[in-house]
Structure formats: C-alpha cells, structure tokens
Design a binder for this molecule. Structure first.
Ligand code: GUN
Ligand code: ZN
Length: 443
C-alpha cells in the first residue's frame, strides 16, 4: 500500500542561500499560494497550489493554512535547558548572575526526575515558539543529559546537547575532574550521538571554569570524536575576559586558549564573541568555527553589542541564539527583533531577509545540519511552522498596511512572539497548535 501523503496549503517562504552572498532576490523562494507535500516525515514536493493540487494522490490529507505563512522551523544555536527556571533573574553582570542564580539552579540537575521534568517543559516551550532544533547546554551531571536526550528522543526531535565540563571556579557540587570530563563525555557520545536525530556537543562551560588539565582532555575528546559538536562561551563580558587573561598568562587572547587546545574547527560553536580582536576574528573565519549572537542575553546581562556587520562581512559563520536563561525569551522572532536593535546601535541595518535566513538556513549551516534541516527543499526533514499574521490585534492591523513580503517579515520580527506561531510540525506531525485550528479535508 502507498504511504499516506500530507499536503499543506499556505504562503510558503524558505531560503536557498545567504542573501548577503547570493543577493536578496536569489536567496529565497516565496510562493504566495503554495502547497507543500510531505511523505514519511520529509518534504516530497513544493510548489504552487494550482499546479500541485491536481497531482496529489487520492487519500492525501490536505491541511489549509491559507492566509498564514509556512516556514522551516527555527533553529536556536545556543540555549541552556538547565536555566529554564533562571530566566528573568536580575543580576549585576555575567559573573554575579552565574554565582547567584545559575549555579544554584544547575545544582538540582543531579536529580533525574527534576532533569526529566525540566527537559519536558523546555522542549514544549521551544515548540510553542516554533523552534524545532537547538544546540543545548545541560549541566555537569551526566544524568542531566540522559534525561534530556531521552525526552528529546521520544519526541523524535533533532537536538544537539552536551554535559557541561568544569573543574574550577565554581561550587564544589558542580565540579567534575579532567578524567571524569573525558570519561562521562565519551560515554554519553557512545550512548546518544546519532541515535535517531540526536547529536552530541563537547561542552566545556568556558575557559574560566576549566583547568589547563581539563582543557587538554577536552582537546583529546575533540580529536577522538571529530564528528561531534563543540559548544562553549567566548568573550562575552569584560570582567570574564580579564579573568581569562589572568588564568592563562601565556595566551595571546581568550580565543587563543581554546585554539591552543585544538577546539577551533567546524561544528564548534562559540556563544557571544563580543570582545574579539582582528586576529581572533580571522582565526574564527579560517577555522570554520561559528559565533552565536545572543542579543537578548547580551542586553540583559549588559555584556556588549555584537559586531554583526563585521562578522557577516568577514565571512565568519554566524548563528543567532536566545541563550536562555541569560537570554530573556525563547522566541526566535523576539530574538531577531532584538538583533535588529543591537545592529542599529552599531550602525548596521539588519534586513528582514538576512534575519529570517539566519534563524533558519543560516543557523542550520552554522551547525553543519543543512543537509537535513534549514529549508523546505524536497528531501529535507519536514520540521516546519505556520506563522499567523493576525496573531494579535496590533499585528493584524499593522499587517493590513504592509504590501511587500519584506515588510511583513519585519512586522513578524518586531511585533511577533510565541503568539505568532499558529502551529509547529515535527517530521510532518503536528506537535503544537494555537486556538485557530486549520481546516482539514480528505481528497
Ligand atoms: N558563561 C559561562 N557560563 C555561562 C552561562 O551559563 N550563561 C552565559 N550567558 N554565559 C556564560
Ligand atoms: Zn550561554
């Protein structure tokens, strides 16, 4: 018997290339009255409704999202699931905030039940916000990752996560050792990496909390497991940068510490990258590492203004990310809106096309996952969302005076949040929907 097809009607937007490289007009495909056909969890065909509709086999289930916009699911390139309950905790800046809120909260993740409950809520919240893939920090505890991967795996999500490695300058109850960092990471990689759509990231917290001996073990892990991600923080806060200088007096720069231990490469994601010099930037570009720009966090913690224009111009891989719980929202729409404002303060105007590219295909490329996700090209995994331009009275009103796609995208990223996400699909299956239900019909 033939597999059952699902088809989705709506306006469809996805990206094919970086607007900054291909030129705006060649970077995306927009189908005002489009149809996407999904089979076995993957996109089978994409086109105009009028052309594709007659070709659908009998039995196809058609879901009509006319008037709404279908996009690939958002990707978040840096977030801490263990900080779900830390969001909206006022601190001074990074180091104070870590000590007073973050470390105590992370201490609870030695409890598997707690970790499982938080993982479930966290993943629900991502899906409510239209985020279908994320690169995720756990805690020092091995069981925090066993819990996270188990829950994400049950839901068949494409998620990348890792156990935090830290053996100094943090509370005793969060410390591991150089040897246990290696052994626990290796065990987690063997158990979870490549299981379904799960991936592993070697996750030293930041240079401040790892000894030289531990960073040497982290480098060894990276050499022995070249296929996994590396995920850490870099040059976020001035006090942090000064501390790294004191801890590693031999280093040329903060980035140089990670470089020294062999941690700069493709699929290595460095959150923040605010305080870099020219040599650092060039090393990022040459190594193929990714900088994750986290605007709501950088503003909330007073960390500084990321040089987005400089990063994009240099050819550095750049992702955008929420960094919850330093970040203040799970919403990538909110995050794009704040990205625009941070860029404004640096004299650069972020175009809506560049913004939506970053949140989808750009972030997929930044994570090296664009073979499977990032756009809706036939063959890609059918993780997608439906945006409702009438999600609030104000948005509906403002959308009525918008005449172009660019204007509509700008309104989505400036006024939108989880309320704008009408539905979220994972591998073609509905996993989240808001009150406005789609109409379904059998052909
Ligand atoms: N640097 C080291 N740890 C953290 C963290 O948990 N959040 C942020 N934003 N920066 C960090
Ligand atoms: Zn972070």
């Amino acid at each position: 018997t033939a597999a059952v097809c699902n088809a989705f009607r709506g306006s469809i937007l996805h990206f094919l290339a970086n607007p900054g490289e291909a030129g705006a007009d060649h970077s995306y495909q927009f189908i005002p009255d489009g149809l996407m056909v999904v089979e076995n969890g993957r996109v089978l065909a994409l086109g105009g409704y009028a052309e594709l509709h007659p070709t659908l086999p009998a039995g196809t289930q058609l879901t009509d999202y006319s008037g709404r916009m279908i996009l690939p699911g958002f990707i978040d390139t840096h977030i801490h699931y263990s900080q779900t309950d830390v969001i909206a905790s006022p601190g001074k800046q990074l180091l104070d905030w870590l000590e007073h809120y973050t470390f105590p909260a992370e201490g609870r993740f030695d409890d598997m039940n707690h970790a499982t409950e938080v993982a479930g809520f966290f993943l629900d919240e991502l899906l409510r916000n239209g985020t279908t893939t994320a690169l995720v920090f756990g805690t020092t505890h091995r069981q925090s990752l066993d819990a996270f991967f188990a829950v994400a795996g049950q839901r068949a999500l494409r998620m990348v996560a890792g156990k935090v490695l830290m053996d100094r300058n943090c509370p005793e109850f969060l410390r591991d050792t150089p040897d246990s960092a290696y052994a626990d990471s290796a065990a987690l990689i063997e158990r979870w990496h490549g299981q379904g759509r799960l991936g592993y990231a070697i996750t030293p917290r930041f240079a401040v909390t790892s000894s030289d001996a531990q960073l040497a073990q982290v480098g060894e892990l990276a050499r022995n497991y070249p296929e996994v991600h590396i995920h850490t923080h870099l040059a976020e806060n001035m006090d942090e940068v000064a501390w790294v200088t004191r801890l590693f007096p031999w280093s040329r720069s903060y980035l140089d510490v990670y470089d020294h231990y062999g941690l700069l490469r493709e699929r290595a994601v460095y959150a923040h990258c605010i305080h870099l010099d020219e040599d650092d930037r060039q090393r990022m570009v040459d190594s193929g590492a990714t900088a994750a720009f986290c605007p709501t966090s950088n503003l909330f913690l007073g960390s500084g203004l990321f040089d987005l224009a400089g990063a994009l111009d240099s050819g550095m891989r750049v992702g955008v990310a929420t960094d919850v719980g330093g970040g203040t929202s799970f919403s990538m729409l909110r995050t794009l809106g704040e990205s625009y404002k941070v860029a404004q303060l640096r004299g650069y105007t972020l175009s809506p096309l560049q913004a939506f590219y970053l949140a989808t295909l750009g972030n997929a490329k930044a994570l090296g996952l664009d073979d499977n996700i990032g756009n809706l090209a036939p063959g890609k995994e059918a993780d997608f969302i439906v945006l409702d331009p009438e999600s609030t009275p104000l948005m509906a009103r403002r959308m009525r005076s918008a005449t172009t796609l660019i204007e509509r995208l700008f309104i989505f990223m400036t006024l939108g949040d989880d309320r704008a996400v009408a539905a979220t699909y994972i591998l073609g299956e509905l996993v989240h929907t808001r009150a406005c239900l789609p109409s379904a019909e059998n052909l």
